[in-house]
Each structure stands twice: as structure tokens, then as C-alpha cells.
Design a protein around this ligand. Structure first.
Ligand code: FAD
Length: 296
């Protein structure tokens, strides 16, 4: 038959892309190229992360503002509670609102030293749910929050973590974006539990295209994501073959998205790691095409 060997989800699926702020001017140009490459795919939004410990405050702000100024894509700014008082956070939020930014990804954040525990600022927010409520009291932002299909490492239990997600949505968040995961069933089970807990909001799967297996394994260990044994086998012997790793990453990630789509998922959030080509190829495999009217 003429059935395509890929899933064409161009008719009814939306994507969003996450970037991290540039560390230098040279990297800024690379980031900007990535954004202009991905923009014509017409993402629902693009977001820019906030460095651990709030270390990228200015760079996050500058990048989000530039996206808002120079492209037609809705831009979202990540914002965390780490190391900032409520009034400092209010200042940042006001500046975003003034610049026309209407979407915040509200997070608790992690301390700058890996492995140490989060300590709230004495005049700050204790967790993401409080931050959501605080932001909503300032302006009518659209707010996204984080969700953990494999349970956040600090959570007392899976139920406590789900209750926490519910508090964030009830405080005014409109959607959740998940931590990355590799088994579609992990996501579907989590979604069922969230619905059973009365969470109606969209829960976008966070999609991590893996090119650097050992790097992802380290990251996964820190955030409780299970790395399946077959994945280790898949990347075996490829340490010195970046080209092959890219091709495998694109195929594998498109397959994950295809399975999620088959299970009813219609929105995908890509952790681009600022590499446009890979995310572009994956979206292309999923049937998305550049649209002239959304050119950056
Ligand atoms: P919270 O929702 O506050 O939860 C943190 C933990 O505390 C959970 O275990 C929760 O169950 C528990 N908890 C919360 N409130 C209570 C309570 N009242 N009682 C008991 N337990 C409670 N980090 C960055 O630094 N910058 C970023 O830009 C960034 N972007 C991210 C984007 C996405 C999509 C995701 C999934 C994560 C991102 N992170 C980012 C990481 C995030 O900051 C960490 O995972 C952090 O450890 C938790 O943040 P949170 O917003 O989920 O916290």
C-alpha cells in the first residue's frame, strides 16, 4: 500500500521548543540561528531557560525579549524561586510584562551547586505553586509548570508529587510540561493518574533527543528518569561517531513522538539543547513543514 513509513501529524499536532540562554556573543549568534531555523515550523511557543541558581537572569531576559521583538512566535520566559526575594521576582515579572511577554514557565529551580538541597530565600517563594500564585497576583500571565512522570527526587511520594502538581494548576497554571522520559507508557500512566486526580490541564510531554548518551545518563540519574537498557545497547560503540549518533537520535525521537501521537498526544515540547538541525529533522519526520508566514 501507499501508507507512509512515518507519522504525518502536521494536521493536528503542535510543537514548542526550549532553548537555553547563550553564554557568550558567539554562542548568541548560534542560538539566534537555531531560533530562526525552527521558527518557520510555526511553534505554539518557544521558551528560554533560567540558569541554575538564577545565574542567567539578564541573558534569559535579553533572549526572550529579542524573540518577542524580532519574531512572530510567542516567547515564554522560565523563572525560578532560587536566590531571589519575592520583590526581586516581582521586578523581573513586571519587566517581562512591560516587554510584552505574556507566558512564564514557573519553577522552583535547583541550587547552583549540583546535589545540594533547595533552600528558599528568606523573603522568597518556597516552591513553584507559591510562585505561580505570586505571578498571577501581579499580572494575568499564561503560566506553564513542570511535571514529573517518574516522580521528582525531592517528593515524599508519587501521590505527594501529584498533589503538588494539582496545587500548581489550581494556583493558576494553564499547562504542565514533563521532565524527559523514554518509555511512552511512563507518560500515559502518569497522564491517567493526573486525570484521575482531577487535573484537566494539558500535560505536554518534554521530548529530549539523545545524541550524547553518557551525558543524558548523568542528567537522567539526577532527575529520576529511567534510561532503558536497550538505549545503552543502541548507543554502544558510537562515542567517536557523532554523525551516526545524530541520525539515531532523530529516528529514535521521531519514533517516541509517533507512539505518543498514536496514543492521542497532540502537543510536543522539545528540549532542543540549542541544536536546531536535530529538532528540525525530527519535526520534519513528523510531517511538519516550514510555513512562510511565520518566518522569523
Ligand atoms: P516544585 O513544583 O516546587 O516541586 C519541587 C519538589 O518539592 C517536588 O518534589 C514537590 O513534590 C515538592 N514540594 C513542593 N511543594 C511542597 C510542599 N508544600 N510540601 C511538600 N513537598 C512539596 N530549572 C532551572 O533552574 N531553570 C529552568 O529554566 C528549568 N526549566 C525546567 C523546565 C521543565 C519543563 C522542567 C520539567 C524542569 C525545569 N527545571 C528548570 C528544573 C526544576 O527547577 C527542578 O526540577 C526543581 O528541582 C523543581 O522545580 P519544580 O518547579 O518542579 O518545583
Amino acid at each position: 500500500s501507499d501508507a507512509p513509513l512515518y507519522a504525518d501529524m502536521s494536521g493536528d499536532a503542535e510543537v514548542s521548543f526550549e532553548f537555553f540562554p547563550p553564554r557568550s556573543e558567539k554562542v548568541e549568534e548560534q542560538l539566534w540561528q537555531s531560533i530562526t531555523t525552527l521558527a518557520p515550523l510555526g511553534p505554539r511557543f518557544v521558551s528560554v531557560t533560567y540558569g541554575a541558581g538564577g545565574t542567567t537572569r539578564e541573558r534569559t531576559h535579553a533572549t526572550v525579549e529579542r524573540i518577542a521583538r524580532e519574531t512572530a512566535i510567542p516567547a515564554a520566559a522560565h523563572l525560578t524561586c532560587v536566590g531571589a526575594s519575592k520583590s526581586e521576582i516581582a521586578e523581573v515579572a513586571h519587566a517581562y510584562w512591560e516587554a510584552g511577554i505574556r507566558h512564564i514557565v514557573a519553577l522552583r529551580g535547583d541550587p547552583p551547586q549540583q546535589g545540594s538541597r533547595f533552600e528558599p530565600h528568606p523573603q522568597g517563594y518556597a516552591n513553584a505553586a507559591e510562585l505561580v500564585a505570586g505571578l498571577k497576583a501581579l499580572h494575568d500571565f499564561e503560566i506553564s509548570v513542570a511535571a514529573y512522570p517518574e516522580v521528582h527526587p525531592d517528593a515524599l511520594s508519587a501521590q505527594a508529587d501529584m498533589d503538588n502538581l494539582k496545587r500548581k494548576i489550581d494556583a493558576g497554571a494553564t499547562r504542565a510540561i514533563t521532565q524527559f522520559f523514554f518509555a511512552p507508557d511512563t507518560y500515559f500512566r502518569f497522564l491517567d493518574k493526573a486525570r484521575a486526580a482531577g487535573i484537566e490541564a494539558d500535560i505536554l510531554p518534554g521530548i529530549m533527543p539523545v545524541t550524547n548518551f553518557s551525558g543524558v545518563k548523568k542528567m537522567a540519574a539526577l532527575c529520576n528518569t529511567e534510561v532503558p537498557g536497550w538505549m545503552e545497547r543502541l548507543f554502544e560503540g558510537l562515542d567517536d561517531q557523532p554523525g551516526a549518533r545524530q541520525l539515531i537520535a532523530a529516528t529514535l525521537t521521531a519514533e517516541l513522538c509517533r507512539k505518543l501521537y498514536a496514543g492521542g498526544v497532540r502537543g510536543f515540547h522539545f528540549y532542543t539543547l540549542n541544536r536546531a538541525e536535530l529538532s528540525y529533522a525530527i519535526c520534519h519526520l513528523l510531517g511538519l513543514r516550514a510555513r512562510k508566514e511565520v518566518q522569523a
